[in-house]
Every structure is written in C-alpha cells, then in structure tokens.
Design a protein around this ligand. Structure first.
Ligand SMILES: *Cc1c(COP(=O)(O)O)cnc(C)c1O
Length: 434
C-alpha cells in the first residue's frame, strides 16, 4: 500500500481503507470516530456527545475512564506490567482469584484466559477432559437453541447454528440443542433432556443463565432452568454457566446463577470482569472438576494456556472494578435502573401492536413487530440505528430486537431521554403503518 496517499484522507476515510471491523458488512455506514469517553458518555471527534446505552458491547459496566480503575491500572503499570504465568505468579492474580472465589463460594479454582470465547473454550475442554481423565467416554454436549457462546471453533460449536457461523457448520462438532423452556413447552424440553442424557454419553450442559444474549436477549425463568440443572446433575452431566454477559450484576444479582438452587460445576466470566477496560476471561470450577486433574500421571494435566494469561494490569483493573461494587452500592443502583425499566415497560403496553417489552436487571428488551420475521437480518435494525444515532444514543439492535444494557453510572435523566426517544420511534413506525 502506498502510505503517502492516506495523508489526504480524514480519520473516517483512513479507517474505511485500513480496518476490517467485527460483525460489519462491507457496505455499512462509515464508523464514527470516538475520541473521548467519560462515564456513560462517548464523544466523537466533532464534539458530539452520545449516551453509551449498551456499555460498548456490554463491557463497560462502570462507564468510561473511571478514575478509580484508571489509578489502579496506572499504579500496577509502574510495578509489574506482565510476567509468564507458568512457574510464576503475582499478587494481583492471587487477590482477584480470592475475591472471585469469595463471590462464588462453591468453586475452588480460577483459570485465566483472554476473553469470553476462550473462557468458554476452557470450560468445555475442562469438562471433556474431566471425564477423559477418569477413563469415561462421553462425547456429547447439550446447549440451547439460540445460544451464543463465542466465535472460536469450540465456542462456535456449542453456540446455536446461525448465520454467524454458517460457513463453518461442516467443521463444528455436534451438539444436541434443546428449546428454551417456557410455560407451554417445559414438559417437552424436560423429556428431550432426559432422552438425550439416557445413554450416559453427555459430558456437559452449557447455558447462559436466565438470558440468551446475542441470540436475541431472550429471557427465561429460573425455575425452568433449575429443573434442567437438576436433571443434568443426576445424569452425571457437568453444568457450565456461561456468565460472560450475565455476570457482574447485569440481571440484578452479582451472578445470574444465584437465582438457582443447583450451582454450576463451571462458570465462564469476561466482559464486565475488568470493569470492561481490558480483555480478560476467567473460568472457575468446583473441586469435583479439579480433582480429576489431581493425578500423578502427567498426561492428565490440563495443557492449555495463552501468552497473556493472568496479566497483572488487567487483574488490577478487575480488583478495582469489584471495589466499586461496594464503594458505589452498585447492586442498589441496578435495582433503581430495573424499577425505571419496569415502569417504562408497563407504559409501553398501549403500543402492543408494534412492540413487546420485557426487563431483567439493567436489561430492557423490546421486540419490534414489522412485516419481516424476527431475525438478526431484519432491516428495521438500520432504521433504528440511524434514528438513535441522530438523537445521540448508541444502541446496536439484534435485527428487530432492540435492547438497552447501560453502564451502572447512567442517570435517571439519561434513561428518561432514552425512553422518550423510544416512544418517538414507536410513533414514527405506528404512523407509517396507518
Ligand atoms: C460475548 C459473549 C461471549 C464471547 O465473548 P468474547 O469476549 O466476545 O469472545 C461468550 N458468551 C456470552 C454469553 C457472551 O455474551
């Protein structure tokens, strides 16, 4: 490439020339150049101020450039930037592990990786090797239809087959998909689950507790999940809770798994883990899983690791993020946000011809009804995006599924402005329908 020619271009044009963006069709609108973040707001290079209503792809739980987290990171940077994590360890990794395991008292080991997909990858590999190490042959995994667990091959395999991974279907390992349970189908789902586990060859059941994220923000009931978790346990199937999105308060409790009596054998964490400022994944497990790796036979070792495993700076950010939960009474803030969402959902009932709304924790989900099917490719997505960007609100609907997933520092006035904008949007589609 002739670099000289780029000199005449502005940042947006350079970006278009140079960068292949994630989940982005090549004809999409140019990317907005963001130059500053502050709390719940992002600022573009022209000085426009946007509300980040989706926490920058669900990660920035405390908003942007939080001073407390930044100071912890800066302090860590001055003492230890990184160290090989095989044969060596460090205080920030020990402290974050202790803090995480205090929050998950039924688990006793933490394994570090780099993102949500790798946290899932690690959990699935641990589950399979757990049985392999005991000489038990199990080669099946159960997952939900419409689940999303990541974009690496293993995490794609356990995700629902969709347009996201269609090119790779032939290369993905087989998974048994069960429907998301509801009042009407719970008996059939239970029957399907029992039939699938009857031969004893299922290693794991992987699920996003209470809420399927990228598969359409689908909310389901803890009592239904409880039944499936108990069935799995009694069939010697390991339960893997993918809390990459639901973790760190999103559903109203620190972890969505707290809504169930049966506790998972493995938990995957990422996204909000570091306060959303640096990449990190964690997989935790109980002593049942770990014990099958405690063997003198060296071939029973878990041979998995990434170059940046347990990065000290990221650990320091994660510790600071957990501090903020106490300092800022985050779980109460989440309740306040949920109460506002509940009132707004009720007020939307008069538009039930055009949309259906639901809420859990800080998540508000609105399914818009148009003459296309509910799908990621529903064209209303672009209309919604433009409407909200013009009004300086950052959202990223999953087709016709609109959702809010705001940082916890969002204020009541911001939410009221977003609600007002949603109503305006509904009025434009309702007047187009007349
Ligand atoms: C986002 C997400 C992942 C993947 O995490 P990445 O960090 O994007 O790889 C996995 N599981 C769930 C439930 C997610 O929401």
């Amino acid at each position: 490439m002739e670099m000289g020619r780029l000199n005449n271009l502005n940042n947006q044009q350079k970006d278009s020339k140079l960068i292949w963006h994630p989940y982005t069709h090549y004809e999409s609108l140019p990317n907005i150049v963001i130059s500053k973040g502050e709390g719940q707001y992002l600022f573009d290079e022209n000085g426009n101020k946007y509300i980040d209503a989706i926490s920058s792809w669900w990660v920035s739980i405390h908003g942007h450039c939080n001073r407390y987290i930044n100071e912890a990171v800066y302090k860590q940077l001055q003492t230890l930037d990184h160290v090989i994590f095989g044969g060596f360890t460090h205080y920030p990794a020990i402290e974050i592990s202790e803090r995480i395991l205090n929050l998950i008292p039924f688990h006793n080991k933490v394994f570090f990786s780099d993102n949500g997909s790798t946290a899932v990858e690690v959990a699935v590999k641990m589950a399979i090797q757990h049985f392999h190490n005991q000489g038990i042959k199990k080669n099946k995994i159960i997952a939900f239809k419409d689940s999303y667990h990541g974009d690496t091959f293993g995490s794609m395999s356990v995700s629902s087959r969709s347009i996201f991974n269609k090119a790779f279907w032939d290369f993905l390992f087989d998974v048994e998909y069960i429907d998301l349970p509801n009042e009407n189908n719970i008996n059939e789902v239970v029957e399907h689950f029992k039939q699938t586990t009857i031969n004893g060859d299922v290693a794991a059941f992987i699920y996003e507790p209470l809420l399927l994220g990228a598969g359409g923000m689908k909310i389901y009931k803890p009592e239904h999940l409880e039944i499936l978790l108990q069935l799995a346990t009694s069939a010697n199937v390991l339960n893997i809770a993918d809390e990459v999105m639901t973790g760190f308060g999103r559903t109203g409790k620190m972890f969505a798994s707290e809504y169930m009596i049966t506790k998972p054998d493995l938990i995957c964490l990422s996204k909000g883990l570091s306060g959303g400022i640096l990449p990190m994944g964690i997989t935790t497990c109980n002593s049942k899983v770990y014990s099958s790796f405690e063997q003198t036979d060296k071939t029973k070792t878990f041979y998995h690791g990434h170059s940046f495993t347990g990065n000290p700076i990221t650990c320091a950010a994660a510790i600071a993020s957990l501090d903020l939960f106490d300092i800022n009474n985050i779980l109460e803030k989440i309740q306040d946000i949920n109460n506002l969402h509940i009132a707004f959902v009720q007020s939307l009932s008069k538009y039930k011809q055009y949309c259906r709304a639901e809420t859990i924790g800080v998540i508000l989900r609105i399914e818009f009804i148009n003459n296309e099917n509910t799908s990621y490719l529903n064209n209303i997505k672009d209309v919604i995006n433009e409407f909200f960007i013009e009004r300086k609100i950052i959202v990223r609907p999953l087709g016709n599924i609109f959702y809010l997933l705001p940082p916890y520092c969002i204020e009541k006035t911001d939410l009221e402005y977003i609600y007002k904008t949603i109503v305006e949007f509904i009025q434009t589609i309702s007047s187009n329908c007349k």
